[in-house]
Design a protein around this ligand. Structure first.
Ligand SMILES: [Zn+2]
Length: 366
């Protein structure tokens, strides 16, 4: 009896509830954080006050077994800037993975154009179960990182190269990684993003793609490295990832430590079964790291291999069909696979101006 009257009293608060986020700083970034619980309709509404910052990265971690997504982003004038319903209805144009329910989910804003104007942004989150039914009373850890960096043409990204398990003693892999990171620097150099590298080792190399298991390992790796950096984990081979070159922990990925704050790259797929890197394999190794981190910065494939789903950027052509798409986009860094003839593969290093802008908007780019 006491319980039910308490619930009734709390109900209006839960429905309209909007708690203040805790204010802090991580390096040059403003950090807002809070643990929220979804109200009776399964949603959480956050107010984020923007004062001079150019971009924000929101990362959400739902309690065990629950899923969370960004339902709606409303700008200070009251205009809906992003809606998950719109994203689902136009699933042929991808804007952010944040629109889809996951245990850990991120959205970087602005995504694909637009701007982060000063004032109070309202962000509504949805919490659902695995059957996508709204779940009231679900706890969500919320982290918002905001950067004050007006430059959309020059920046720096810090990368941690994490050699996992036996990858740490593989001299051929270390040699090839040296060549590949130099080429990766050239690729990102075209759009004005400088890279810095820090080398790490991690004991366990038996890792799947981020988000597909080994949550504790990914949390440990991402807790060890600095917040404003991307973890590129080189594994001998990816668990349950035969033939996969690499996998990113999100589009965009998180900067705060989570179970998917990493990109995982397979040494075996990159070198082939002889475990030696040819010049072409070194180049594809570079392109793989640049491509997967491109996802982490928020870039989608310009076209998916179903040939009917595209990114939402205006300057990547909307091709349809394998032949046309390989011809129009086969040299783009974010093309979904290496385009190879019998003897060689097309270099894939191109980035369009809008791909560049999207990458510079990522909060991880200083
Ligand atoms: Zn990809």
């Amino acid at each position: 009896m006491k319980h039910s009257s308490l619930s009734l009293l709390l109900l209006p608060l839960l429905l309209g509830g909007c708690d203040a986020l805790m204010e802090g700083v991580i390096g040059d970034l403003r950090h807002l954080s809070s643990r929220e619980v979804s109200g009776s309709d399964g949603t959480i509404t956050l107010d984020v006050d923007v004062t001079g910052e150019e971009a924000m990265l929101l990362t959400l971690q739902a309690d065990d077994g629950a899923l969370v997504f960004v339902d709606q982003v409303t700008d200070p004038s009251g205009t809906v800037a992003f809606s998950a319903t719109d994203a689902w209805n136009d699933a042929s144009h991808s804007v952010t993975m944040g629109a889809y329910p996951f245990p850990t989910s991120s959205i970087n804003w602005p995504a694909n154009g637009g701007s982060l104007t000063d004032g109070t942004w309202q962000i509504r989150l949805g919490t659902v179960d695995s059957a996508y039914y709204y779940q009231p009373g679900t706890g969500v850890q919320v982290d918002v990182l905001l950067k004050d960096d007006p430059s959309m043409s020059s920046g720096t990204l810090h990368v941690n190269l994490v050699y996992a398990g036996a990858a740490g003693t593989d001299e051929e892999l270390a040699r090839a990684a040296g060549v590949a990171t130099a080429h990766w620097e050239e690729i990102y150099g075209q759009i004005g993003i400088d890279l810095t590298f820090e080398e790490w080792e991690y004991d366990n190399g038996a890792l799947p793609g981020p988000g597909l298991g080994n949550a504790e390992d990914f949390i440990q790796i991402s807790t060890s490295t600095s917040t404003r950096s991307v973890n590129v984990v080189l594994v001998p081979s990816m668990v349950d990832g035969d033939g996969i070159y690499g996998m990113a922990g999100g589009i965009p990925g998180a900067l705060v430590p989570t179970d998917r704050s990493a990109v995982v790259i397979s040494a075996l797929t990159s070198s082939g079964p002889d475990l030696m890197f040819s010049a072409e394999e070194e180049r594809i190794f570079a392109e793989t790291m640049a491509h997967e981190v491109g996802h982490y910065l928020g870039l989608f494939h310009p076209v998916e291999t179903s040939w009917d789903t595209w990114d939402s950027l205006g300057d990547t052509p909307e091709c349809s069909g394998e032949g046309t798409c390989e011809q129009q986009l086969g040299s783009n860094l974010m093309f979904p696979y290496p385009v190879c003839s019998y003897t060689s593969c097309t270099p894939q290093a191109d980035l369009t101006p809008q791909q560049s802008s999207a990458a510079h908007s990522y909060v991880g780019v200083e």
